[in-house]
Each structure stands twice: as C-alpha cells, then as structure tokens.
Design a protein around this ligand. Structure first.
Ligand SMILES: Nc1nc2c(ncn2[C@@H]2O[C@H](COP(=O)(O)OP(=O)(O)OP(=O)(O)O)[C@@H](O)[C@H]2O)c(=O)[nH]1
Ligand SMILES: [Mg+2]
Ligand SMILES: [Zn+2]
Length: 343
C-alpha cells in the first residue's frame, strides 16, 4: 500500500463482479471498487481474475477506484475470466445425462485458448452404468486427457483433484447442475457456494450460480466457480482451423496430400485410416463443429463480396463504384435519349 497526495494506491485481484461493483481481494481484505472513468472510456474488459491497481481517497469507507489492469497473461472470453492456468471441465455421469458433444465443445474451446483441460466426471455415486466409465476412459485417456471421477456428495476423488489445483488458477466449467459449486464446497470443506437440485421435470440444472467467483484454496491456489452454460459454438473459425482443436489430427505423423482437406469423406484423402480409429462420438462432434465453421465461412465470403462490389479495379487503380441511381448518364446515353425524344 502506497500513500501519495492523500490518495492510497493498492494492488489486488478481482474476485467477483456485480453490475458496476468490482470486489477486489487486497492485502487488507476485500474492497468494493468501481472503474475509474478513464478506464471505462477505454472500453476495456475488466474481468474476474484480473490483477488490478486501485486508488482510494476515503480511508473510512474504503470506496475505491480501479485505475488499471496489470500483468494479464490471458483472457477467456466465455465465461469472462482472466489469468487462468487450467480448465477443469465438469460433466455429470448422470442427472443431467452425460453428453459427449457438449464435453467435446468444452475441450475444443480449451484447445482454442491453448489452456490445459482436466476432465472431471462427477456424481459417480449415482452412476449405475459402468460401461459409460469404460467408454469415457477409452475415448479420452487414449488422446492424452487427464480424467478424474468424483462424487462431491460422497467426497470421493477430491483428494485426486487437490494436488492438481496447487499453485494454479483453475476454472471449473460445465453445464448447469453437474456439480461445479458442490465440488468447490467439497474442496474448501465448507458450504460457501449455493447449490440447488436439478429440475425434476427436465432433469437439467436450474442455473444456480449466476456470476463467476474466484476463491482462494491456499496461498497460491485459486479456483473459479462459473455459471453453467452449454451454447458454445464454432461460428468464428474457418473449417480448416477446427482440426487444430482435435488432438487426433495433431498427434500423428501422417499428413494429407491435399492442402485444405477436412479429412471427412474427400476422395483420395490420405488420412482415412486415421479417421477410422477416431471414436464415433468424437468424429460426430468434429463434423458438427466443421458445419458450424462452414456457416461462418459462407457468411464472411458473402460479406466480403458485398464489400468488394463497392470498388472496381482499372489499370491497377482502385475506383469506388457509384450506384446506378447516383450515376449521371453517359454522353452516349444522353445523345440516344435526345434522339428518342426527337422521334
Ligand atoms: N448424487 C450427487 N449429487 C450431486 C453431486 N454433486 C452435486 N450434486 C447435486 O447436484 C445438484 C446441482 O449441483 P450444483 O453444485 O448446484 O451444480 P452446478 O454445476 O454448480 O450448477 P449451476 O450453478 O447451475 O451451473 C445439487 O443438488 C447437488 O447436491 C454428486 O457428486 N452426487
Ligand atoms: Mg453452481
Ligand atoms: Zn485429407
């Protein structure tokens, strides 16, 4: 903490945000702060997990203003959290039903952000389908993802999770109702976070957690609870970029002779033997994400055509096209019109 000209300057980390209020963990406890106007004008996303500088003029109420972000090493766009070292993707084995495609979406998003995912399969205590566990192991361990089976309720698997969290900022993500908040409560050995049963009717979560919240496990270990969401789409990438999100295509020394091949059903594709070994669920997800990326590709090509039509090229010069309505008639057209009128 520094004092200068009656202004107290501090550093801290944002632990949660409610509308305009930012809660910042500092050496003197949690301070409620607002963004300084100059920062608002910069239109910068200041998010949970950010390390920030604060200043305060009123020592009694500790009303403070965030003046800047420091040392941000990454920013996750969805959910919005900064300085994350790993993802713990939580799925439920049951209630809500396990969904391969949804898990693949989360995994692909981690790959996109270049952040390590750990796959946590919760509610092991109510799982009565042992084949499912074998299948999960078969599909995901083989391609190198670390897998943990847990029960937040019976506190099993938690001791396996704890060393993974050490010295990291880990973000828990996954659909509503899978048990993210319950797992954090189990790790912290408290009931600090609110949890609610999944809906009897829809068998889905009821969106209990509404905000991202960073919690301290110990000195250098943090965990972020996030609201459950499931609408991650790949409508911002080109189809060829989707392959980079699937380890199956990266962890191979085989290569395809075609440049822009998606290795789905192209004739002459050299990776057909590789594709045959990709589990059906993973290949299904791959094709689905490719189709979303294709929609994006089409959209941008239509947009670029629209933009292109506004200019034309003449002897290496770019000329702005004038719409027919605004264009004055050529001398030839004028002559023809005069001729018509005379007739
Ligand atoms: N049987 C069983 N139930 C669990 C387990 N973990 C969580 N639950 C229950 O599942 C329900 C949902 O748990 P939450 O922790 O609220 O789930 P969440 O992922 O945080 O959900 P959102 O905040 O809505 O995203 C609660 O009723 C929990 O008690 C578990 O390991 N086993
Ligand atoms: Mg929750
Ligand atoms: Zn190919």
């Amino acid at each position: 903490m520094n004092y200068c000209c009656n202004i107290i300057c501090m550093k801290g980390r944002i632990i949660k945000i409610f509308s305009d209020f930012y809660y910042v963990e500092t050496s003197i406890g949690v301070i409620e702060a607002k963004l300084k106007t100059v920062l608002k004008k910069q239109n910068l996303d200041v998010v949970t997990g950010d390390f920030v500088e604060l200043e305060s003029v009123d020592t009694n109420s500790m009303q403070a203003f965030i003046t800047g972000i420091v040392n941000r090493f990454n920013l996750i766009k969805r959910p919005k959290v900064a300085n994350v070292s790993q993802f713990i993707i939580v799925s439920a084995l049951k209630e809500p039903d396990f969904n391969y495609e949804q898990l693949d979406r989360y995994i692909a998003h981690c790959e996109y952000h270049n952040i390590k995912p750990i796959l946590c399969f919760n509610k092991e205590d109510i799982n009565d389908n042992n084949e499912l566990k074998d299948e999960i192991n078969e599909v995901y361990s083989k391609i190198g993802y670390q897998i943990i089976f847990t029960s937040a309720l019976k506190k099993t698997g938690i001791n396996e999770l704890e060393p993974i969290l050490k010295n990291n900022t880990s973000i828990l993500c996954g659909a509503s109702g899978v048990g993210k908040s319950s797992l954090i409560n189990a790790i912290l050995k408290s009931s600090i976070l609110k949890t609610l049963p999944v809906s009897e009717k829809t068998k889905r979560g009821v969106h209990t957690t509404r905000h991202c919240e960073l919690l301290e496990i110990d000195n250098n270990s943090f965990i972020v609870d996030t609201p459950g969401f499931s609408h991650l789409k790949f409508d911002f990438l080109l189809p060829t970029e989707v392959q980079k999100l699937f380890r199956e295509f990266l962890n191979t020394d085989k290569s395809c002779k075609y440049n822009n091949c998606l290795h789905i059903d192209e004739e002459g594709c050299s990776l057909t033997s590789l594709i045959k070994n990709i589990p059906a669920s993973r290949f299904f997800s791959y094709k689905k994400f490719i189709s979303e990326a294709k929609e994006y590709e089409q959209k941008i090509s239509v947009e670029s055509l629209k933009n292109e039509s506004k200019v034309k090229y003449n002897k290496n010069k770019i000329l702005t096209k004038i719409s027919n309505k605004k264009r004055s008639a050529s001398r030839k057209t004028n002559k023809q019109n005069m001729y018509k009128e005379e007739m």
